[in-house]
Write a new protein. Structure first.
Ligand code: ZN
Length: 285
């Protein structure tokens, strides 16, 4: 199931994607995607049953996607990111394969939805893209055992870890250089965990203007989901709605020869198998 947050006639609602349209979940008793996450797998099962067994006429219409505006599917309390977590990217960066995951945060105020513009700040000349596979925490927990990870993952989405390299690399602390407004596009939907049989076998691709710049697979991940959940939750309890973004593969602008930075007028498109496509135009601030 693919859950979205959408706006129609100035009203914001939770929906589920159906072909080229969206079904409003209000009649199923859900006002927001956060409420569905709170209801967990039982909530998802309730929606599936409602969709399949509602008598004709009781099911709300499928509204064509061109008549709604998709927003960020959730407003996460926190966004955890992993630095240097793909073997091919570590090799490209001539860095040693890390022994402990490098975790940093993106401020949740940077979150935007599909189609919303990435705004290039005036105080950076080196804004870069990072295609990432991310997960959404369902049931929270402290010191989660690696083998119990499936009980805590609600679903998956695409995340673009937009990074102002000059700001990010001016110090050893990356958070601010990755937290300008609009630097965290997410979406287009949250794909529930039951739809992705193996999250460690997904193709991750990014292109700009038809030119493919990143193309890898989550099988290249150095630290996989069980280890990331166990490690982060050994320090801070994970909360419902937290996002963990698993890192970016080779091919970022910083690693291109010559280096390339986002320009106004470009559109960044990321696709991940099973999760759809996340596109965002780039504008000057
Ligand atoms: Zn990243």
């Amino acid at each position: 199931m693919k859950l979205v947050t959408f706006q129609q006639n100035h009203e914001t609602a939770a929906g589920v994607l159906r072909g080229d349209g969206v079904v409003n979940l209000k009649a199923a008793g859900f006002q927001s995607v956060a409420e569905v996450i709170a209801a967990g797998t039982q909530g998802v099962a309730r929606i599936a049953k409602w969709l399949s067994s509602a008598p004709a006429g009781a099911l709300p219409e499928i509204v064509p996607l061109e008549r709604v505006r998709l927003l960020a599917p959730i407003q996460p309390p926190r966004v955890f990111c992993v630095g240097l977590n793909y073997r091919d990217h570590a090799v490209e960066s001539k860095m040693e394969i890390p022994k402990v995951p490098t975790i940093f945060l993106k401020l949740p105020t940077a979150v935007i939805g599909p189609g919303e513009p990435i705004r290039l700040p005036v105080n950076s000349q080196q804004v870069d893209y990072e295609a990432e596979f991310a997960l959404v925490i369902g049931r929270g927990g402290f010191r989660i055992k690696p083998e119990e990870w499936r009980g805590h993952v609600f679903g998956y989405l695409i995340l673009n870890d937009v990074s102002a390299r000059d700001v990010q690399l001016a110090t050893t602390q990356w958070t601010l250089g990755k937290s300008f407004p609009s630097f965290c596009p997410i979406g287009p939907a949250i794909t529930t965990a039951d739809e992705i049989a193996d999250p460690h076998a997904l193709q991750v691709q990014l292109s700009i203007g038809g030119v493919q710049l990143q193309n890898s697979n989550t099988r290249e991940l150095i630290f996989r989901i069980p280890e990331l959940i166990a490690y982060i939750s050994s320090i801070t309890p994970l909360q419902e709605g937290d996002i963990i973004s698993t890192g970016t593969p080779a091919g970022v602008g910083l690693g291109q020869k010559p280096q390339r930075w986002l320009q106004p007028g470009e559109t960044v498109t990321i696709s991940i198998s099973g999760l759809g496509q996340l596109s965002n135009p780039v504008l000057a601030e």
